[in-house]
Design a protein around this ligand. Structure first.
Ligand code: ZN
Length: 394
C-alpha cells in the first residue's frame, strides 16, 4: 500500500494523525510506515523533514521503491497504533522558500536567456542550480531581478495532477523524468514544472531570492543562491564582516576593497625598502663580523646569533660575509623555530646543504639549500645551534 502524502496537496499542514501500517528494525535503524504522512522524504533535490512521531523523533525520511514513505525514528511504534505527527516547521519553511525560489529563478533564466536548469541541489546553508551553458554576470543580474519581481508580485503557486497525455500538450519548462500521473507545480503565468516537492502557496512567502556566488565550468554554470530567511542570515553575516573590516581600516564600507589593495601595495613597497636597507647594512656588518672571526679548522669561522634579522636578512648577511675567501658563516636569528643560515666562500670545500640536513636531523627542524648556502628552521635556542656548529665544523 502506498503512503498517502498529505504534503502533496497541503504543504502548510504541520500536524496530522495516522495509523502505523508496519514497522521494522533494519541495519540498526527503526523505520515506520504510516497510512498517511505530512513528512517529506528526500527526493528531487529537497532534503527530508524532521519532527516528532508520537513520543519519538523522526531523524530521516526515505522514499522507497514501492512508493512508501519510511520514517526513520528513535522510538519504534507497533503496527496498528494511532500516532500524532508534527513536522519541524522552521526547517520545512526554509526548504519551501529555497525550492519555490529555485523554480522562479530557473524559470527566469529560461524565459530571459533561454538557459535550461540541469540540476538543483538544496544544501544546509545554500542551494545551487546547474545551468546548461556559461552565463555572464549581466545575465545573472537580470535573471535575479526578474525572479524578485515575480516574488514581490506575490503570484499564486498551485499544484495539480495530470496524465502523460495531458502533460505532452502543456508547456513544461523541463521534460518530466517520470511517467504516469504527474504532479505539476505552477507559478501563476510564469512557470510550469513537474515536481514532487513542497512549495509555498504564493511567491511572496519566498521573501527574496539573492544570488550569492557563481562559477563557470565545462560550458556550464553553477549558481549559488539564498532565499527568504537564509538571505536575511547571509546579509547579516556579510554586514558583520563588512562592519569589522571598515572599522579596522577606518574607511566606509564601499571603500574597503580599494583600501586593502592600497595597503597590499604599500606592504610590497615596504618589503622592497627593507630588503634594500638590509643589503646596505649587511655590507658594513659583514666586515665587522669577519674582523672578529674565529679559527675553525684553518678557516675563518663566523658563528653568530644575530637578533633582529629575519631569514631573508640573514641570507643577505651570510652572503656578504663569505664574499671574501676562506670563510664559513653560521647565522641564527630569533624565532620558533630559529631561522638558521649557513654559507661558505667559493674556495672552501664544504657542503652547506648536507650540514643543514644533518643539523635538522640532530636538533629537530627542517632545512635545505645548495652546497654553498643553505637555510632552515631549527627547533632549539640560538646558543644550542651555535654550539652544535662549533662541534661539527671542526
Ligand atoms: Zn521542484
Amino acid at each position: 500500500m502506498k503512503t498517502r502524502r498529505l504534503y502533496y496537496t497541503d504543504s502548510l499542514q504541520r500536524e496530522f494523525d495516522a495509523t502505523v501500517v508496519s514497522s521494522e528494525v533494519a541495519d540498526g535503524r527503526a523505520t515506520v510506515v504510516l497510512d498517511q504522512t505530512a513528512f517529506y522524504p528526500t527526493s528531487g533535490g529537497q532534503p527530508f523533514d524532521t519532527g516528532r512521531l508520537g513520543e519519538g523523533r523522526v531523524v530521516d525520511v526515505i522514499d522507497d521503491d514501492a512508493g512508501e514513505v519510511r520514517h526513520v525514528v528513535d522510538t519504534l511504534l507497533a503496527p496498528g497504533a494511532r500516532v500524532h505527527g508534527t513536522i519541524d516547521w522552521p526547517r520545512r519553511l526554509d526548504h519551501m522558500q529555497q525550492h519555490t525560489g529555485q523554480h522562479v529563478l530557473s524559470a527566469a533564466f529560461d524565459r530571459l536567456h533561454g538557459v535550461r536548469t540541469v540540476s538543483f541541489h538544496l544544501g544546509s546553508d545554500t542551494a545551487t542550480i546547474d545551468l546548461a551553458r556559461e552565463v555572464t554576470p549581466a545575465e545573472i543580474a537580470r535573471a535575479e531581478a526578474e525572479a524578485n519581481r515575480v516574488v514581490w508580485e506575490d503570484r499564486s503557486v498551485t499544484v495539480r495532477f495530470a496524465t502523460d497525455d495531458e502533460v505532452s500538450q502543456l508547456p513544461l519548462r523541463k521534460e518530466p523524468v517520470r511517467s504516469g500521473l504527474l504532479r505539476l507545480v505552477e507559478v501563476q503565468e510564469f512557470d510550469l514544472s513537474a515536481c514532487g516537492g513542497t512549495h509555498v502557496p504564493a511567491t511572496g512567502m519566498i521573501g527574496i531570492i539573492a544570488v550569492a556566488a557563481w562559477e563557470r565550468f565545462k560550458g556550464a554554470s553553477r549558481v549559488t543562491f539564498v532565499c527568504g530567511g537564509r538571505a536575511l542570515r547571509a546579509y547579516g553575516q556579510l554586514r558583520d564582516a563588512m562592519v569589522a573590516a571598515s572599522r579596522a581600516l577606518s574607511v566606509a564600507a564601499p571603500d574597503v576593497g580599494a583600501t586593502v589593495e592600497r595597503l597590499q601595495a604599500d606592504a610590497k613597497e615596504l618589503g622592497r625598502t627593507i630588503r634594500r636597507l638590509q643589503d646596505e647594512v649587511a655590507v658594513g656588518r659583514a666586515a665587522n663580523l669577519r674582523a672578529g672571526a674565529e679559527d675553525i679548522a684553518g678557516r675563518l669561522g663566523v658563528l653568530r646569533h644575530e637578533p633582529g634579522w629575519d631569514a631573508a636578512g640573514l641570507k643577505t648577511l651570510a652572503s656578504a660575509i663569505v664574499r671574501e675567501p676562506g670563510t664559513i658563516a653560521v647565522l641564527v636569528g630569533d624565532g620558533t623555530p630559529a631561522p638558521v643560515v649557513i654559507a661558505r666562500s667559493a674556495d672552501v670545500n664544504f657542503d652547506a646543504a648536507e650540514w643543514m640536513k644533518q643539523a635538522a636531523g640532530s636538533l629537530g627542524g627542517r632545512g635545505g639549500g645548495r652546497p654553498e648556502l643553505a637555510q632552515g628552521g631549527l627547533g632549539v635556542s640560538p646558543e644550542r645551534v651555535l654550539a652544535y656548529a662549533k662541534d661539527t665544523l671542526k
